[in-house]
Design a protein around this ligand. Structure first.
Ligand SMILES: NC(=O)c1ccc[n+]([C@@H]2O[C@H](COP(=O)([O-])OP(=O)(O)OC[C@H]3O[C@@H](n4cnc5c(N)ncnc54)[C@H](O)[C@@H]3O)[C@@H](O)[C@H]2O)c1
Length: 388
């Protein structure tokens, strides 16, 4: 028998659209789960966006008042895809109403808000999930398996990075992302949150950090409210101040003795969406880059010919979730497919009544690291990771 789960989505910009499309695909891609997402209601303060999403994805209702999404009796899970400044208020209301919550990263504007959101959800005993979608690339899950099986031996080095070009054009508009009031942290929350989550999953918990930051483009053209995305460009016209950081660089020590570096930038020239890692152990190494998300570079010291360096393996049906999309190796997945896997993982946890990963617990672990990085910008010293 099918398990129907009523869904309300808040914020119908880029992510609200991606999530709605993903929910629609869950019952097709993961038929054996027996999960039937029911798109109940979507909310956006811009009426036209809500209406367009309703027509496009088949929501039964739409609203400009996000509280109506939470109050809707047919909604079992609330999907928060609004700007970071709305995460806390919406999550609080959803938890108090006993609704399960999917929240996009970075879960609030800053680590303190993440901690508060995690607290209210825990108190209300609702299930949670977070949009750290890069975890779900089949070859990344394969890398995780290899490391858990000890194929790399004892881990020694980790390098994580997210180099994005989305804001490299100085004419890119001053969307909410560049304003502390609406986004909170800049690249530290936006991109480094993904990097830290991946580092935790692949190499384990971080023990201490020291880092720095920079805002390379201090002013941007003002955006037209209710239109465009953070990829929009505008030349001429009035300018506004960028009030959070473009770049973050960090030295890290992990609890298990691994040494590493983490870097993220939103204004870099060249890379476009280079969310990547290299992990090394005493017996081998793995390298992955989202810009080539369907391949992974493997090196095992015991292999004949390993001296020749990394060998390339393509995503295939033996890797987790690949066969839910394509039957053969080399028939790759894309960004939106990772969101379908993520939506399925979340709904499966709701159907089973069991907290999945990554939930607010994992987001809080990331927030603890972000707080220590931010502190080290001021102290210019190594900062230990402390629980918020
Ligand atoms: N996991 C990822 O890869 C990824 C990628 C992009 C964004 N995100 C996250 O997703 C969230 C949304 O980002 P986005 O790029 O989709 O932003 P966006 O600006 O494209 O969309 C935000 C939407 O929220 C609406 N909104 C604003 N205030 C509202 C309110 N009070 N009530 C209802 N709707 C309101 C806006 O009108 C807009 O349609 C952010 O938290 C961001 O960090 C995650």
């Amino acid at each position: 028998m099918k398990r129907t789960i009523g869904i309300g989505v808040i914020g119908m910009g880029w992510m609200g659209t991606v999530h709605s499309r993903a929910y629609r695909q869950v019952s097709d891609r993961f038929q054996e789960s027996g999960i039937q997402p029911n798109l109940v209601i979507c909310g956006d303060e811009v009426e036209a966006r809500g209406r367009e999403a309703q027509e496009r994805f088949g929501f039964a209702r739409c609203t400009t008042d996000w509280q109506r999404v939470i109050a809707d009796p047919d909604v079992e899970v609330v999907n928060i895809a609004a700007p970071n400044s709305m995460h806390l208020e919406i999550a609080q209301a959803a938890a108090e109403a006993g609704k399960h919550i999917f929240c996009e990263k970075p879960v609030g504007r800053n680590p303190q808000e993440t901690a508060e959101i995690a607290r209210v959800a825990r108190r209300a005993n609702v299930l949670t999930f977070v949009g750290y979608n890069y975890r779900w690339a089949p070859v990344v899950q394969y890398a995780r398996q290899l490391i858990l099986e000890g194929k790399l031996g004892r881990l020694t080095h980790y390098r994580g990075r997210f180099f994005a070009g989305y804001a490299s054009n100085p004419h890119g508009v001053l969307s909410w992302r560049f304003q502390r009031e609406f986004a909170g942290l800049g690249t530290l929350g936006d991109l480094m949150s993904h990097v830290v989550d991946m580092a935790h999953m692949i190499a384990g918990p971080i023990k201490r950090v020291v880092g720095n930051c920079e805002t390379f483009i201090p002013q941007r053209p003002l955006a037209t409210p209710g239109t465009g995305t953070h990829f929009s460009v505008s030349a001429g016209g009035p300018m506004g101040e960028v009030t959070n950081e473009d770049y973050v660089g960090v030295l890290v020590n992990f609890q298990n003795g691994v040494h590493g570096t983490l870097e993220a930038c939103r204004v870099i020239q060249g890379p476009q969406c280079q969310m990547a890692f290299e992990v090394h152990g005493t017996e081998g190494a793995i390298s992955w880059d989202f810009e080539r998300m369907n391949e992974i570079q493997l090196y095992f010291a015991s292999d004949d010919g390993a001296r020749g360096g990394y060998t390339r393996t393509l995503s295939g049906p033996t890797h987790p979730s690949h066969a839910d999309f394509n039957p053969g190796p080399g028939l790759g997945l894309g960004y939106n497919d990772l969101k379908v896997i993520e939506a399925h993982q979340f709904l499966q946890s709701v159907a089973n009544g069991k907290q999945g990963e990554p939930g607010f617990g994992e987001a809080l672990a990331v927030a603890d690291v972000l707080a220590a990085i931010e502190k080290s910008w001021e102290t210019q010293r190594w900062e230990p990771i402390q629980s918020l």
